[in-house]
Ligand binder design. Sequence first.
Ligand code: SF4
Length: 351
Amino acid sequence: MSETFAERLLDWQLVHGRHDLPWQNPRHPYRVWVSEIMLQQTQVGTVIPYFLRFMERFPDVRALAGAALEDVNRCWAGLGYYRRARFLHQAANTIVRDFDAQWPRTESAWASLPGIGRSTAAAIVSQAYDVPAAILDGNVKRVLCRLHALAGDPGSSSVTDRLWALAVSLLPNRDGARYTQASMDLGATVCLPRGPRCESCPVQELCLARQRGISELLPTRVAKKAIPTRHTCWLVMTDQAGRIALCQRPPTGVWPALWCLPEADSKDALARAWQQAPSALAESATVRHTFTHFRLVARVFRACATHGHAVDGAGQSWAVHDRASIWVDLQDSALPAMPAPVRKLLLSTTP
Ligand code: SF4
């Protein structure tokens, strides 16, 4: 069955798969690696423009390793899951320093780098070197659960172990790169989470879920844990030149090292930190953003800088409660790296 499954998938990919993704042409370990990190939790259509900009800004691993993290974050800003940018930067430095800028050849060597798990390591090796290696991303998990009518929490270790064993058993002995691409393409374009297009599926005759009419019931849906809501207050403080104050977040945690609006637990605390009378802060908006582990609700206040901070020049920084802070001109073409909700708020509401 393994040969049959793989052969069907490979034949199908030739005609129906994706062949013009920017990281496929040319296919190089650096480009494959960056694309795989970007594709973690992000769809192809979103990744492409970021990937192209990233390659232009950091054309090879030495350029990435030698860059400031701030520059990498700026290139990444808007793509989300910012730890990935930091891991890429750290891994680039490891490759240059410890591997003498030579590309790792094995899955285990790739998996020793920050931000790279077993499936990502296999996706990189198979595509960079065209050798068969089993991947198990969300799309592949869904296909395999259906193919074998495998019920149970797909996040549990027992189901995951079975899926890994299946993924390995189905591997072809050739065309590693195309097989990996085919596996991703099938889940992304045919074996969809809702409404799988079984009529167009190259492995429909092998699929137990289809035979039993339970495709839509698999993988087993597990009730999502309720996530908490965190409330905060943000300040859009404008100086006489129309610039906005931003503060840099800590290097770890949410939005690591990105530039955000001044923040505090309450309006009064915000006013105190920025030496304003609470009455000078006017509430102007509410921003909601959902992270994987909590929801953020930020009340947004506006105020005009009256003294002190406003004398600093653009690009110079000072510290407020140990946070580096800067004034930025939103018309500037080289804005610092900001999370998407902050950037969107400022660009849509600030004249
Ligand atoms: Fe998915 Fe349907 Fe193909 Fe089975 S037959 S793998 S459910 S698309």
